[in-house]
Design a protein around this ligand. Structure first.
Ligand code: FES
Length: 226
């Protein structure tokens, strides 16, 4: 297959047909915020709406995780419109997220902290009314703690369980504000097929699934493709 060139933030990049813009940018040292995509997903989930960029031939910003590269593509990751959309998406996520970084075991490796810093959004933003959930914290697993109140519904744990671990133990339940990740019949996650899978904590980009062991907290899921 013959490579071709695209431009991202005025940097000329060689790539191949079929590649996804998000990974091409990240692989070439250009950061685009993202929460819900992993490299191995056959289809992007497209839930977080943080990866907006501007493409010269498009009227509106597009999500980088759903855009395939094509010859001559000219991309701006720092356009006013795309940054405004990404900031709004982040502030909506934060409006449902308890920001207690001082006590959160994921602090320091939490993607929300990184993205907020990049987009220059305060973690304690007051733009949208705060709606926090008050679900029980599940400590039944020997390898991780699951705090559903911190879940950002990125879907990575569900994808990992179903596609990689061959365990259909966890999935989404309910809709809208009630939506959360849980097990069949809401049984304790530690008793499910995924109960001893520390990979759930490794793929979780925030403090929802957190490894009990410090070492696992540091080894980010990037090796698995996040
Ligand atoms: S990474 Fe593109 S929508 Fe989440």
């Amino acid at each position: 297959m013959k490579p071709f060139q695209i431009s991202i933030d005025e940097k000329k990049i060689e790539c191949f047909e079929g590649e996804t813009l998000l990974w091409v940018a990240l692989d070439n040292g250009i950061y685009i915020p993202n929460l819900c995509m992993t490299r191995e997903m056959s289809e992007p989930y497209g839930a977080c709406r943080l990866c907006y960029v501007e493409v010269e031939s498009e009227d509106r910003p597009v999500t980088a995780c759903t855009t395939k590269v094509r010859e001559g593509l000219i991309v701006n990751t720092k356009g006013t419109k795309s940054l405004r959309l990404a900031r709004t998406a982040l502030e909506l996520i934060l409006s449902n997220h308890p920001v207690d970084c001082a006590h959160c075991l994921k602090s320091g490796s939490c993607e929300l902290q990184k993205i907020a810093k990049y987009l220059r959004v305060k973690l304690k933003t007051k733009r949208f009314k705060k709606f926090l959930r008050d679900l029980p914290i599940d400590e039944t697993s020997p390898v991780f703690i699951y705090n559903p109140n911190k879940c950002v519904l990125c879907g990575k744990c569900v994808w990992l369980g179903q596609e990689k671990l061959g365990a259909r133990a966890i999935g989404f339940a309910y809709r809208g504000f009630q939506r959360w990740v849980t097990t069949f019949d809401n049984e304790p996650v530690g008793l499910s097929e995924c109960g001893d899978r520390v990979e759930l904590a490794e793929i979780c980009p925030v403090g929802a699934f957190v490894a009990r062991n410090k070492h696992n907290r540091k080894s980010r899921i990037n090796e698995i493709g996040g």
